[in-house]
Design a binder for this molecule. Sequence first.
Ligand code: NAD
Length: 263
Amino acid sequence: MGKLSGKVAIVTGAAMGNGEGMARVMARHGAHVALWDRSDSVFATARAMQDEGLSAKPYKVDVTRFEACCEATDAILQANGRIDILCNNAGVARLANFLEMDDNLRDFHFSVNIIGGWNATKAVLPSMKARRYGKIVNMSSVTGPMVVDEGMSAYATSKAAIIGFTKALARDMAKYGINVNAICPGYILTPMVEHTARESNPSDPQRVIAGIAAGVPLGRLGTPAEIGELAAFLASDEASYITGTQIVIDGGSTLPETMTVGA
Ligand SMILES: NC(=O)c1ccc[n+]([C@@H]2O[C@H](COP(=O)([O-])OP(=O)(O)OC[C@H]3O[C@@H](n4cnc5c(N)ncnc54)[C@H](O)[C@@H]3O)[C@@H](O)[C@H]2O)c1
């Protein structure tokens, strides 16, 4: 029996990266996972999971569209009768110095990273409230709440907002038996980080990745599966007394007091 045996979970942005990691790990722990993504590659990801014997169902959903979130929620409730877990993971990151950050790029971050999770939560919560049971896991970052690099004003702002959202939602939903928590990853090797590395150094993105790894006390980037294990724990009844908090998962990258890492 897995820790999520029989639970019905939604993971947004599940076609790749951290979302795929969460979906796979939760399914391995026994959950039936609905994979939401705006990309068609969500169908191939779900099929690959099914081929491994995991319970996965793809939904093409752009979380910036509230109606799309409601339609997918209704379909899942029809098929499964309930939703136990919502992982608000879908997110975007583009680098631009604040003075070059035009309003469209700013709004792109805010609409996916902040409003997207808001929409999915608004769609799913009424059914959780009615059952007085639910686990919401929001994807923040160390970027924004704790640290930041150049060019990340919109991304950092959006990720810090998710912490405020998590706390406020946890406070409002506590009386309905719904736990709400946030995950703050450091660098995890996903298509997003590969994209950011290409933006930083188009001719040698691997050099950027190696540079990141060198700055992490554990000496490497994290994996989506490691994010998945933390999300599965927070979504399980083992974490029943944890709500309104944020958990850092960064290989120690926010620890160093000086620029020199290691011996
Ligand atoms: N990779 C990291 O180092 C890192 C660190 C901290 C936080 N995060 C967060 O983890 C989450 C996932 O990041 P990742 O690195 O896996 O990114 P990724 O780009 O590899 O994957 C993101 C997924 O989200 C989907 N998506 C984007 N916009 C969407 C929308 N409007 N509706 C539905 N799906 C949408 C994409 O299609 C993609 O499948 C993000 O919220 C990101 O901010 C990542």
